[in-house]
Design a binder for this molecule. Sequence first.
Ligand code: MRU
Length: 358
Amino acid sequence: MAKQPIIPFPDTASLDSENSAIIIIDQTLLPGELRLIALREQREIWDAIRQLKVRGAPAIGVTAAMGLYLAARRLPEDDEAGFFAALADARDYLATSRPTAVNLFWALDRMEATAKHHRGLPVAEIKEHLLGEALAIRDEDIAICEAIGQNGAALIKGGDGILTHCNAGRLAAVRYGTALAPLYKAHESGLGFKVYADETRPLLQGARLTAYELAASGIDVTLLCDNMAASLLASGRVQKVFVGCDRVASNGDACNKIGTLGLAILARHYGIPLYVCAPTPTMDLSLLSGEAIPIEERPGEEVTSMWYSTPMAPEGIGVYNPAFDVTPHELITAFVTQHGVIRPPFAQRLARLAKESG
Ligand code: MRU
């Protein structure tokens, strides 16, 4: 018998009824409070992305697209050249909010290209096209994640133990998520399985977000500290690892939350398949390899003091805090995309996928 359907959380990012604000779930307050907040000013949108109030590659892309529409909406309509110059400035500003997830740049570029394509029309009409494009990016994200869910669910067997890292769930996209979408689909079809969620130091997306959304949906989830993953895999309790990604290079190297590389090495050691769930907007086939992916470095306070009532490291200590790492393609079993499961050799197959999906 099919299990309970997923609890209907609000979408992670949406426009309000007047299309004048972005409504997001403030993820910094989870799991204690599910609060929706409205973002209107460009500075608020930039801060929300930088501070991870909205985070996860697909959700960042959708928020940025809506943000650029909001910037355009306010611009005067009697000066076409001024409109395009101000739009380019707004695009460049939002593009500085975070460096790694390529969805941010993909969405902003797509919005700017839409405006340029309609240059010559009255500015009021160009604004309408930008609204349509932002909503299309949102709708596509929902459809892509649902298809990833269906394709990935076929890899899950009843009784599996599945390890995941960070949060690549519905909170990281608009609705279904990437790496967690197959779990939702498998759960809906009545399959029984057990999920293990790495807490994901230092920002605890696994503990605060993945454990929260899976538990709220009735999925059996167990939390562990990142440094317990080796012991868990050695115990034989895990049959598959599912993770998301923030940017995939043309050779299949995949950048994801810091700690994914360690898991990939462990999974290979223990002969456990590693599936990277990847929407095509997260692929950056302009890059030859993962070495070219810009890795965000975040403030040391996230490691030393942010979650503690008193600092847990000596004052002034140097901190290494990269937010992402790159898993070499050799360690990836397959990519789960909206078009199907892609196995090695990745370079040719990702290129073909990009060509076929336009
Ligand atoms: O720093 P974050 O929380 O934005 O990092 C998110 C991740 O690394 C996710 O795994 C990735 O974006 C895939 S989300 C579907």
